[in-house]
Design a protein around this ligand. Sequence first.
Ligand SMILES: [Mg+2]
Length: 350
Amino acid sequence: MDILFLFIFFIIKNNDKGRIFWNRFLTWMSRCTRYFRFFENNWELLSKSVQDEMCIMIYRNSWFISLKKLILMPIRISPKAQEKIQKIIGGGKDNLLVLSDFDKTLTKWWVDGKVGKSLISFLRDGEYLDPKYNDEAKQLFEKYYPMEIDPTLDEKKKFQAMNDWWTEHFALLVRYWLTREVLDKVISENRVVFADGIQNFFDVLNKKKIPFVIISAGIEYLIHGFLEKYRLKYVNVFTVANTFDFSSDGTGKIVGVKNIIHGMNKSVLESKNFPFYSQIQGRKNAIILGDSPSDIGMANGWAYDVVLKIGFCHHPEEQEKLFKEIFDIVVFDDEGLGAVVELLKKTEKV
Ligand SMILES: [Mg+2]
């Protein structure tokens, strides 16, 4: 039997049609695995009506629904999350606000078999400034990144470390003459690979006039630039990120940063200080999207009735347990925004 299988495999792999078939088969299998993983990690037994609701919401492919019925897989989303989802749907689009991190939440973790680049790494790893900048920026990365991902490090120390990292990094950008022209070059020469379903996600939010706030430790100029490049910069999209002050001497050089935003201080931002506050105030329900435990702090201090936290977990081996504790729904393996889109579609006021 094994020899027969190997013979068939050999035939398939050694002709063009066979190879196409084989690649499609692998892609299909990979998707199946990811779906299973998602269900396995998030679902708990629920009533039949809720099961059907979630079933349609999360996976629309009829073949999969059939498969689910066939193997009697329980549909699970924690009762607490389910309750929040129902409240958000009931509250309707006019009461909803969506807050999201940018890097590795709206963008993919894996790109062409490698970890995708964050916005800042386009600069750090590129050849846009003096090579000394790259060296010094990488030294900072090597010093502070282990602290950022160390789950045992005291929160206060981590907060301080992140603040120091960004302060020192932005000082480098000023010292090595980062200009508006360089930033424009970064945008035109680089590719951001957004999460699956991003276009639908932005379209649905825009169509329903749901404010969408991106809160990022990245550079606001780059976020705006890439959103524009990919035609995602809609009027309902707002950003809270590191905003540069540019020199007024005509060189376009940056001279500083208005407010430093890093991974740890998203939780202490005062929404009332946001220039677009009048367009988001009064929204009672929020959905938060993030790929870092500290992202859940994005709604701290905001008076919401319901906050549904959706976590995008890229390190299931180390973080799965923690993510399941602090997020209401956990998405694994770059599964993308499909489930969120389906939820948003249901937020018509009834
Ligand atoms: Mg992130």
